[in-house]
Design a protein around this ligand. Structure first.
Ligand SMILES: C[S@@+](CC[C@H](N)C(=O)[O-])C[C@H]1O[C@@H](n2cnc3c(N)ncnc32)[C@H](O)[C@@H]1O
Length: 267
């Protein structure tokens, strides 16, 4: 397949390597064996805010750690500074682990970091991680596809600028599952957008908060009541919105089952 990256002769690569490593959604037991090995071998770990201390603790206490935590509308380090740091450390010959929540290539800016490193002559390896959608769905026992309910899944970013100019028609509806990352703060606008683009207001919705962590919650309602549920339950990031028939499946605590029943969701 044609690559967009410039081809750099091997001899020109720096001695160090940048490993873009997926840390999964929170539970350290969901790390891959390769991720755990690289954490124990790294010279420096450059990590996101969503990576839990349990995971960072896998590395020896002496390993250098740099947090580049990003939060909605607050960045502790700009993306180009992060890229420059990765490149500079690898050019010193160091083994650089760039540790990201979930998977590096799902809403993780892994593509930008990989391109900049390759352009700078730095070797890159990518270690996939369990994305939040997969971790949350497993914990909620909610299949993202199901022979009776859904044969397609879309992952969409809900905090995107210009939401009203995007075309969301066909993303949510019969026979399909829509998983929205970073959508909690925009829940009301997302509901309006989906309904304006043709989604039925009575589609089931699940809100999956703090997936694979002790504080996990799975809340269910109907699309039209999503904004209300998010406010009433004070849902906080990190959380996913899952829209579609599959939201009827899986666990729900009695309290949320009650809300769902009030809203007319059948289980
Ligand atoms: C910048 S994106 C990173 C996604 C990540 N690369 C992945 O593959 O899961 C951050 C968003 O992922 C979702 N997320 C990450 N971890 C989560 C978790 N443990 N539970 C629920 N949602 C999570 C939330 O929507 C959060 O706002």
């Amino acid at each position: 397949m044609e690559t967009k990256e410039p081809s750099i002769p091997q001899a020109q690569f720096a001695d160090g390597t940048v490993y873009l490593v997926g840390a999964g959604p929170g539970d350290p037991e969901l790390l891959t064996l390769r991720a755990a090995r690289l954490l124990s071998e790294a010279d420096i770990i450059v990590h996101d805010g969503l990576v839990s201390s349990d995971i960072l603790d896998i590395a020896p206490a002496t390993t250098q750690r740099v947090s580049v935590a990003k939060q909605r509308s607050r960045h502790s380090m700009a993306q180009d500074q992060i890229n420059a740091l990765l490149i500079a450390e690898a050019k010193k010959g160091r083994k650089v682990v760039r540790l990201k929540g979930g998977d590096p290539f799902i809403f993780g800016r892994g593509g930008e970091e990989a391109s900049d490193c390759i352009k700078a002559g730095v070797r890159v390896e990518v270690v996939p991680g369990i994305s939040a959608a997969l971790g949350c769905a497993a914990q909620a026992k909610m299949p993202l596809t199901h022979r009776n309910a859904s044969s397609a899944v879309s992952f969409v970013a809900g905090q995107c600028k210009g939401l009203s100019d995007q075309n969301w028609s066909g993303l949510a509806g019969k026979g399909r599952t829509l998983v929205i990352y970073m959508g909690v703060a925009n829940a009301e606008a997302i509901v309006e957008k989906l309904i304006a683009d043709g989604a039925a207001p009575d589609l089931p919705v699940a809100v999956l908060e703090n997936g694979t962590r002790d504080s996990f919650r799975a809340l269910r309602t109907l699309l039209t009541d999503l904004g209300d549920l998010v406010q009433r339950e004070q849902v906080k990031s990190p959380a996913l919105l899952v829209v579609g028939e599959v939201a009827r499946y899986g666990d729900a605590t009695d309290k949320f089952l009650e809300y769902a029943q009030m809203a007319g969701v059948e289980f």
